[in-house]
Design a protein around this ligand. Structure first.
Ligand code: ASP
Length: 340
């Protein structure tokens, strides 16, 4: 198993001058975890130098993670990535698209309290993640051959997870998809919810991402001029639009005009809901149906993290906007439930 340490609270300590938490290196982390000696057989490690707070995560680091995994793919049965919680769901979503035909576990975890603190949640998260990444069936195939997040007793699909709590130990939720496993005294895997993989296929790592995307949130009082600046930005190639309820937007003629102009220019606009749970259904209300007529496509029950990274991935792969649009509404690796 390969343990990749990118940084995050789990390995942080207090800066003496500011008193603020900052990432420390992997040796510090291991020194706080005497239990590691008992489990480290068969575990190699790789650390980001320097380790980062995940607020500093970028698409370039995602490509670096894909490179680390792809180069060592045949040497390990599974991968655990230690990562800050703030952007963990973005990283997990991006990796799920970039690691095509993944047949091994890639488990992201971290903690809300540094591993050196008495009440830390880091030890259990780390030790159980290692167990999940090593778990296999009698025929040797892994139980969880997908990118996932383990946190506070629950294993979630990575591209369905979202950070939902800034200070509780239950930092992550998966509102629109069931848990892949729950850990108590035993770990119970919900195999019916875990991706079925073709183990004869070879991993296809993708490194290219195009970050010329944005997230636009609707709200009562949204202004035309400000919206125009965003949508008419010459670099923009795709946009996630966070609409109301089941995918609804106000009847502002200027908004419809701007969206129509954007989609005609080849910008992909994906409609996802501002609600945590539930899905977009653009035919349900006229306020949603009008978006369909402007060329906006449904993001179904996608998280914002997944819709955004899927767009970066697709526009990084395809110049043809029709290919981007036909793939965005397709379930690539369990990230959406296609309903209409
Ligand atoms: N700011 C930290 C990070 O995301 C928070 C955490 O790890 O929980 O790196």
């Amino acid at each position: 198993m390969l343990l990749i340490y990118t940084g995050g609270t789990i390995g942080m300590g207090c800066n003496r001058e500011s008193g603020a938490l900052e990432p420390l290196d992997f040796n510090h982390l291991i020194s706080c975890l005497p239990e590691f000696a008992a489990i480290e057989t068969g575990i190699d490690s790789y650390q980001f130098t320097p380790p980062i707070d995940s607020s500093d995560m970028t698409p370039r680091f995602w490509s670096q993670l894909v490179r680390i995994i792809a180069d060592r793919y045949d040497d390990y049965d599974g991968f655990v990535i230690l990562h800050g919680t703030d952007t963990m769901a973005f990283t997990a979503s991006a990796l799920s698209f970039m690691l095509e035909n993944l047949t091994k576990p890639v488990v992201l975890t971290g903690s809300q309290l540094p591993i050196g603190q008495l009440r830390t949640d880091g030890k259990e998260n780390l030790v159980t993640s290692i167990e999940v990444a090593s778990a296999h069936h009698d025929d040797g195939t892994p139980i969880v051959p997908e990118v996932c997040i383990y946190f506070n007793g629950h294993l979630l699909r990575g591209n369905r997870a979202t950070k939902a709590n800034a200070d509780g130990f239950n930092a992550f939720e998966s509102y629109n998809y069931p848990h892949l496993a729950d850990a108590g005294v035993n770990i119970t895997y919900h195999e019916e919810h875990i991706l079925k993989r073709d183990f004869t296929k070879k991993l296809i790592p993708h490194f290219a991402l195009d970050p010329n995307v944005t997230v636009f949130t609707l709200f009562p009082g949204v202004q035309e001029q400000i919206t125009r600046h965003v949508i008419e930005s010459p670099e923009l190639r795709a946009m996630v639009m966070r609409t109301y309820g089941s995918g609804n937007a106000p009847h502002h003629p200027w908004l419809m005009r701007l969206l129509k102009e954007a989609t005609s220019r080849g910008i992909t606009v994906v409609n996802i809901s501002q609600c945590d749970a539930g899905a977009v259904e653009m035919g349900r209300y006229d306020t949603g149906f009008q978006l369909k007529n402007m060329g906006v496509v449904s993001g179904y029950d996608s998280t914002v993290e997944s819709a955004l990274t899927k767009l970066m991935f697709l526009i990084g792969q395809h110049n043809d906007v029709n290919l981007v649009r036909s793939n965005i509404v397709r379930d690539i690796c369990g990230e959406i439930t296609v309903t209409e």
